[in-house]
Design a protein around this ligand. Structure first.
Ligand code: XMP
Length: 520
């Protein structure tokens, strides 16, 4: 908790997937902010604690549900403290001030164009040519503006996409200014925090490494820590960081699930055995994982089984050794937010990331997750400060459950082999064409549907390969990568020609939202 002198913004979390991004943008302005539940906010209000502005986040609820919807105390609006409502916050404020909210006939998810209607302090510098790309994710719309409010902007399906009540210092927007894919979204948050709330930039979040070091030292004491190493960016940075802090007490364990990409296990073994020597353990558990997933079709079940299998193996490993009390994981904020409710507010569970929602309820090992409030790009910066090789830091993200969640439906060794092959072609081609680093994450999906094709005058009846390639900064929102057609068609030809078992390629052009990056 910082000193009293910091100007503070409170963010009331109504359970949006992207609430933390609001905090992150404000943090980047060197202004202190806190994400709070409604209950905590009411306490703060009651105790007359000082803050300079309030943001009401988005969330999965609807004010059109008459029985229950999350709400704020009416006194929230009686202190003349500037307020910004986002998405659900926009609808809630409109509703509380007498506006009308209705389920929209045409929902808006992902990219939407916003047109300027009036000028506002909130949107100063935001619009270019009176039109701007924003990211929406809503079903309800404000169809009647409350008294005292003015429409500042509209989109095709939301005539009241930004509202302002200048007298009471209240601003609301239907879209999400906090997500990367809203162009100039940071300008909206900056205008609110710096111009409207008049916050000073007198806080900073430097020395992350020092903060984590002191957390680890006090948290684990003299016990040994098992670091679950997948070879991906997050667990690798974590392993290097722990090595710096508790070198003698660190044990890195890499489990080969059999769901890794082609050649990946050898690559990881070579890097980490060299670096961590006898503190690195490689466990081949392919059989256990594939058997555990026999007959399993449901993606959530797959994720939970994988999470539990990882923990069983780690616990067995620790039983055979002395003094291992902690399990360190490179869990990131998006893993948490998609798997469970983060701050007590209701958040829809999107998918159980293997390292969070996929974990069994009872575990003997205690978790150490120093990155759980961070995003991947922040972890990459930390990795750079630690001097970690680009080869590790710039790898595309790869989920813990691996290829098992890139084959919808039941998996088997044959399908995994086909997918590994197709995936290796895609990645090799992206690197060869110098586009790997322009893409945040690219991979192939084995679509378990067979279609007819013709090769060398012969009929084929094989699986479909989906290509997924997205641009993103934090994995919370994403857009599909705009390949040039020549690259895409050459890569797809190569995949079909060289992969036994695939005779057709499709390209996924869905953004997040409404899609997610992975297919399961
Ligand atoms: P989605 O599919 O939720 O993915 O849009 C966002 C990012 O998270 C990765 N992901 C995971 N990472 N364990 C992980 O370590 C998981 O269970 C998991 N599920 C998704 C995904 O690859 C993407 O980068």
């Amino acid at each position: 908790m910082p000193d009293k002198e910091y100007d503070k913004i409170l963010i009331i979390d109504f359970g949006s997937q992207v609430t933390k991004l609001i905090a992150r943008s404000i943090r980047e302005l060197n202004v202190y902010c806190e994400i709070v539940t409604i209950r905590k906010f009411n306490k703060i209000l009651k105790n007359k604690l000082k803050f300079k502005g309030i943001i009401l986040s988005g969330g999965p609820d609807s004010v059109t549900k008459h029985k229950y919807f999350p709400n704020v105390n009416k006194s929230t609006f009686q202190h003349n403290i500037p307020i910004l409502g986002i998405c659900y916050g926009h609808q809630l404020i409109s509703y509380l001030f007498g506006g009308k909210i209705k389920k929209a006939k045409k929902r808006e998810f992902g990219r939407t164009f916003l047109h300027q209607l009036n000028k506002s302090d909130l949107t100063n510098g935001f619009f270019q040519n009176k039109k701007n790309v924003v990211w929406m994710s809503h079903s309800d719309s404000v169809i009647k503006i409350p008294k005292g409010f003015k429409a500042i902007a509209r989109s095709e399906n939301s005539s009241n996409a930004i509202l302002e009540n200048k007298k009471n210092n209240i601003f609301t927007c239907q879209f999400h200014p906090e997500v990367y894919h809203t162009k100039n979204g940071k300008i909206i948050l900056k205008n609110f925090v710096k111009v409207i709330c008049k916050c000073r930039s007198n806080w900073n979040n430097k020395n992350k490494i020092r903060q984590i070091s002191s957390y680890i030292k006090t948290h684990v004491g003299k016990h040994k820590v098992l670091c679950a190493l997948s070879g991906g960016v997050d667990s690798s940075v974590l392993a290097f960081l722990l090595n710096k802090i508790i070198k003698k007490n660190l044990i890195c364990v890499y489990i080969d699930t059999g769901f890794m990409r082609m050649g990946e296990t050898r690559e990881i073994y070579n890097i980490f055995k060299k670096r961590f020597k006898n503190n690195f353990y490689y466990l081949n558990k392919k059989k256990i994982f594939i058997n555990a997933l026999k007959g399993v079709i449901d993606p959530e079940k797959k994720r939970k089984i994988i999470g539990k299998t990882f923990i069983n193996i780690f616990e067995k490993f620790t039983k055979e050794r002395k003094n291992i009390r902690f399990l360190a994981q490179g869990t990131l904020y998006p893993d948490l937010i998609e798997s469970q409710s983060y701050s007590g507010s209701k958040t829809s569970i999107i998918k159980s990331h293997h390292n969070v929602g996929g974990l069994p309820k009872k575990m003997k090992l205690k978790l150490v997750e120093p990155f759980k409030e961070m995003f991947k790009d922040e972890v990459r910066i930390l990795g750079k400060q630690l001097g970690i090789d680009k080869q590790i830091l710039l790898r595309h993200p790869f989920p813990g459950p691996g290829l098992a969640i890139r084959i919808p439906g039941e998996i088997n060794e044959k399908k995994i082999k086909i997918l590994q092959y197709a995936d290796s072609i895609l990645i090799k081609e992206l690197k060869k064409r110098n586009i790997y680093d322009k893409i945040w994450q690219a991979f192939t999906v084995l679509i378990p549907i067979k279609t007819v094709g013709v090769m060398g005058d012969e009929r084929t009846y094989d699986y479909i390969c989906g290509i997924r390639a997205v641009t993103s900064v934090d994995g919370m929102t994403a857009d599909y990568y705009k390949f040039n057609h020549k690259d895409l068609s050459e890569i797809s030809t190569k995949i079909v020609n060289e992969t036994n078992g695939i005779n057709r390629v499709v390209y996924d052009v869905t953004s997040k939202p409404p899609g997610t990056i992975e297919w399961e």
